[in-house]
Ligand binder design. Structure first.
Ligand SMILES: Cc1cc2nc3c(=O)[nH]c(=O)nc-3n(C[C@H](O)[C@H](O)[C@H](O)COP(=O)(O)O)c2cc1C
Length: 310
């Protein structure tokens, strides 16, 4: 998640530290509020990097981010391909939720009535899009947000993905796939993993639920690549269902965001504990002794998109 530092200042570092402690992947977003280098130092064993597209100057910023991720030792490069352009989010418009963060009477009131958050903000400083500091005029929120808004955009094309694949020597996972044909094409150009995702439903309201397209994607490429999923994973039962439908791994964004918003530094450990506890409980109820066994559970999923004739 980009801009997680708005939810709780220092969010990315807390997520990364907890992921390192648990040995689960943490994926730093290009527009995150901590830099590649900072996260690499906190989570050297589990750190992945999510990549957006900066088309200017033959993708100079994009490739520089890839170079930095490589030098910092990111284990996996994750280009996101579901962000074709700006999306309209009526609630964000209504709430004035945007970066740079608007300072007005309402947000000032919220800051003053949230002393724990404000103290954390004072400790960490104003959240900035830290990865973009080298490409911005100043290391400020406005300046780095402007680089993101003005210089990034569009989805990586197939040709660009191929260039990235050829440049990046470690595992390469394409995030935001929702159709078996796209999964096939990503695998053909050398992707090591497919991350089925509709971006948590944040971009396109008409997108299918990722769990509904999962079975067709698993049947197309599951024997040749690692299929992972996110968007709507809210607890252990969702994880077990996704595993039973052929996913090898689940991610979640908002669960950790909500934990952080409610509990601050205690949020990420609490959410990880909830997931572990629920996964164990649900496995018990279906008679599976391990996560691997969950793959053989038969799930009735009548609403899944069949895509027989894709
Ligand atoms: C606040 C927020 C910021 C996000 N920023 C990014 C981003 O910068 N790059 C990206 O690939 N996905 C981003 N996503 C999408 C997440 O990576 C993930 O696909 C989504 O949150 C999964 O759905 P869930 O929140 O239902 O678990 C963001 C999601 C949220 C909620």
């Amino acid at each position: 998640m980009g801009s997680a530092g708005l939810i709780w200042p220092g969010a990315e570092k807390l997520f990364a530290a907890e992921a390192q402690r648990r040995r689960i992947p943490y994926v730093l977003a290009t527009p995150g509020n901590a830099s590649i280098e900072e996260i690499a130092a906190i989570a050297p064993d589990v750190f992945w990097f999510q990549l957006y597209r900066f088309p200017d100057n033959d993708h100079a910023i994009t490739f520089d981010l890839v170079r930095r991720a490589d030098e910092a030792g990111a284990h996996v490069l994750v280009p996101t391909v579901d962000s074709a352009g700006k999306s309209k989010r009526p609630r964000d418009i209504k709430n004035g939720c945007r970066v740079p963060f608007p300072i007005n009477p309402w947000t000032t009131y919220q800051v003053l009535t949230s002393p724990a958050w404000t103290l954390q903000l004072l400790r960490n400083g104003m959240p900035i899009t830290a990865n973009l500091v080298p490409y911005a005029e100043k290391a400020s929120q406005n300046s780095t947000a402007e680089v993101m808004q003005v210089r990034s955009g569009g989805s990586h094309t197939w040709e660009e993905l191929k260039r990235l694949r050829d440049r990046w020597k470690r595992p390469f996972v394409v995030k935001g796939i929702l159709h078996p044909q796209d999964a096939e094409r990503a695998v053909a150009l050398g992707a090591d993993g497919i991350w089925v995702s509709n971006h948590g439903g944040r971009h396109f309201d008409g997108a299918p639920a990722s769990v509904d397209v999962l079975p067709a994607i698993v049947s197309a490429v599951g024997s040749r690549t690692t299929v992972m999923i996110d968007s709507g994973i809210r607890g252990g039962l969702d994880v077990v269902r996704a595993l039973a439908l052929g996913a090898k791994f689940c991610f979640t964004g908002r669960c950790f965001a909500y934990g952080l918003g409610a509990l601050g530094p205690a949020g990420a450990p609490h959410v990880a504990d909830l997931f572990l506890d629920e996964i164990r409980t649900e496995l018990l109820h279906v008679g599976a002794c391990s996560v691997a066994e969950a793959a053989s559970i038969k799930v009735r999923h009548p609403n899944a998109w069949r895509m027989d004739n894709y």
